[in-house]
Ligand binder design. Structure first.
Ligand SMILES: O=c1[nH]cnc2c1ncn2[C@H]1C[C@H](O)[C@@H](CO)O1
Ligand SMILES: [Zn+2]
Length: 387
C-alpha cells in the first residue's frame, strides 16, 4: 500500500502507521508475552505443560488455539502464560518486555491489565506481584527511552469475574493508585458471571473517587453493558462491541439508536474495541463487518485496542492496518481514535491534555507534513520545474 490523498486526508503506509503515536487502553499483560520468553520462563521455573517448546511453533499454537469462536476456549490458552508468570523475576521480565514491545510499535501511552490473584502460586503476595510488574514497566520505559522511544505505561488491576476476590483487588488498586496503578477492571468468562456480583468492589472504588472499566458486551449482549454502566457505574466498557445490537440501520441508511446506545453515545462512554480479538471469539465475523466502522461514523467514543497481542498475533499498528484496509481510514481517522483513547485514559486531565497536544497531535501533524513535502517534490519533478 502506498500513501495517497483522499478528500479527508492521507491514507497511511504501514511504516507511517508504526511511527504514528498510538494510545492503548485495553491490553492484557498475560496475553502479550513473547513466545521466546514463555519458553525461557517455562525452562527456568520448571513449568512442564507447554504444548510446544519452539518459539515459532508456540506462537502459532497460541493463535490457532485462540481462534476457536468461543470466549471460553480462547481463555483456556491463558493457563500457559499465567503458568510461567509465578515468580518475581518472571513478572519483572514480562512487564519490561511488554513496555519495550509497545514502545517499539509506536505506542506512547498504554494501560496494561493483569489479575494479581492469578500470580500467587509461587508464593508471592498480592503486593509483591504489583511491585514486580510496576518495576518491570519502569525498566521497560527506561530501555525504550534509551532506544529512542517514549512511552508511559499504567497498570490496571483486574479481578476475575468467576472468583470472589474483587473487593480485595479493588482495595489493592486503590492502595497503589499513585504508584503505577491507574485503575481496576473485571475480566473472564462473561456468560453466567454478571458484573453485579462485584458491586461491593465498584461501590468501594466510587467512594474512593477511583476509576474502573468492566469487560462487558463481548460474549454477552446489551444486558451486560446495561449492568456495567447503570448498576456498577463503569467509566469505560471493555469491548462494548455488542452495543451494535441497540442500533438499527434501515434499508435507506437511516440509523435509529435505542435508549442504551443513545446513552452510551450521549455520555461519551469510551468503548475499548478490540477487532482481531472479536474475530477470534466470534463477536464479529470480519474486519469489514466489524461494528467499529458504524460506531466511528456515528461518533461514539470508539478506541482501538489489541486485547491479547500473543493470542491474536497482533499489535496496535496491525490493528490500525486492518482498519485502514477495511474502511479506508486516513491519518485523520487514526488521530481521531488516538485522541479518543487519550481523552478516556485514567490519568489526570492535565496530563491527558498535554499528551494530546504535545505528543499525539504534533506526531500526526509531522506525518502529514512529510507527505506534503513528498507530494510537492514529485509535482515539481513531473512539471519539469526542476529542470
Ligand atoms: O477478551 C477478554 N475477555 C474476558 N477476559 C479476558 C479477555 N482477555 C483476557 N481475559 C482474561 C484472561 C486473563 O488471564 C485475565 C487477566 O488479564 O483476563
Ligand atoms: Zn480483554
Amino acid at each position: 500500500m502506498t500513501s495517497q490523498t483522499t478528500a479527508t486526508g492521507v491514507t497511511p503506509s504501514p511504516d507511517q502507521i508504526r511511527r504514528a503515536p498510538k494510545v492503548l487502553l485495553h491490553d492484557h499483560l498475560d496475553g502479550g508475552l513473547r513466545p521466546g520468553t514463555i519458553v525461557d520462563l517455562a525452562r527456568a521455573t520448571g513449568y512442564p505443560h507447554l504444548p510446544e517448546t519452539d518459539p515459532g511453533r508456540l506462537g502459532v499454537w497460541f493463535r490457532e488455539a485462540a481462534d476457536s469462536g468461543s470466549l471460553e476456549r480462547y481463555l483456556e490458552t491463558f493457563s500457559h502464560t499465567v503458568g510461567v508468570m509465578q515468580t518475581r523475576d518472571a513478572l519483572v521480565r514480562v512487564a519490561r518486555e511488554c513496555a519495550e514491545d509497545l514502545a517499539e510499535d509506536g505506542v506512547v501511552y498504554a494501560e496494561v491489565r493483569y489479575a494479581p490473584e492469578q500470580h500467587l502460586e509461587g508464593g508471592l503476595t498480592l503486593e509483591e506481584v504489583v511491585e514486580a510488574v510496576n518495576e518491570g514497566f519502569r525498566e521497560g520505559e527506561r530501555t525504550a527511552r534509551a532506544h529512542g522511544h517514549r512511552i508511559r505505561v499504567g497498570a490496571l488491576l483486574t479481578a476475575m469475574r468467576h472468583a470472589a476476590r474483587s473487593l480485595e483487588i479493588a482495595e489493592l488498586a486503590n492502595r497503589y493508585r499513585d504508584v503505577g496503578v491507574v485503575g481496576f477492571d473485571i475480566a473472564g468468562a462473561e456468560a453466567g458471571h454478571p458484573p453485579t456480583r462485584h458491586l461491593d468492589a465498584f461501590e468501594f472504588l466510587k467512594r474512593e473517587n477511583n476509576h474502573f472499566t468492566i469487560h462487558a458486551g463481548e460474549a454477552f449482549g446489551l444486558p451486560s453493558i446495561w449492568q456495567a454502566l447503570q448498576w456498577c457505574g463503569a467509566d469505560r466498557l471493555g469491548h462494548g462491541v455488542r452495543i451494535i445490537d441497540d442500533i438499527e440501520v434501515a434499508g435507506d441508511g437511516t440509523v435509529k439508536l435505542g435508549r442504551l446506545a443513545s446513552y452510551v453515545r450521549d455520555k461519551r462512554v469510551p468503548l475499548e474495541l478490540c477487532p482481531s480479538s472479536n474475530l477470534q471469539t466470534g463477536a464479529a465475523s470480519s474486519y469489514e463487518e466489524h461494528p467499529i466502522g458504524l460506531l466511528r461514523r456515528l461518533h461514539f467514543r470508539a478506541t482501538v485496542n489489541t486485547d491479547n497481542r500473543l493470542m491474536s498475533g497482533t499489535s496496535m499498528s496491525r490493528e490500525f492496518e486492518h482498519l485502514v484496509d477495511a474502511f479506508g481510514y486516513t491519518l485523520d481517522d487514526l488521530q481521531w481514535f488516538s485522541v479518543n483513547a487519550m481523552k478516556s485514559a485514567f490519568i489526570p486531565f492535565d496530563e491527558r491534555l498535554a499528551m494530546i497536544n504535545d505528543v499525539i497531535k504534533s506526531g500526526y501533524a509531522e506525518l502529514k507534513s512529510e507527505w506534503l513535502f513528498q507530494q510537492t517534490a514529485s509535482t515539481r519533478d513531473s512539471s519539469g520545474l526542476e529542470g
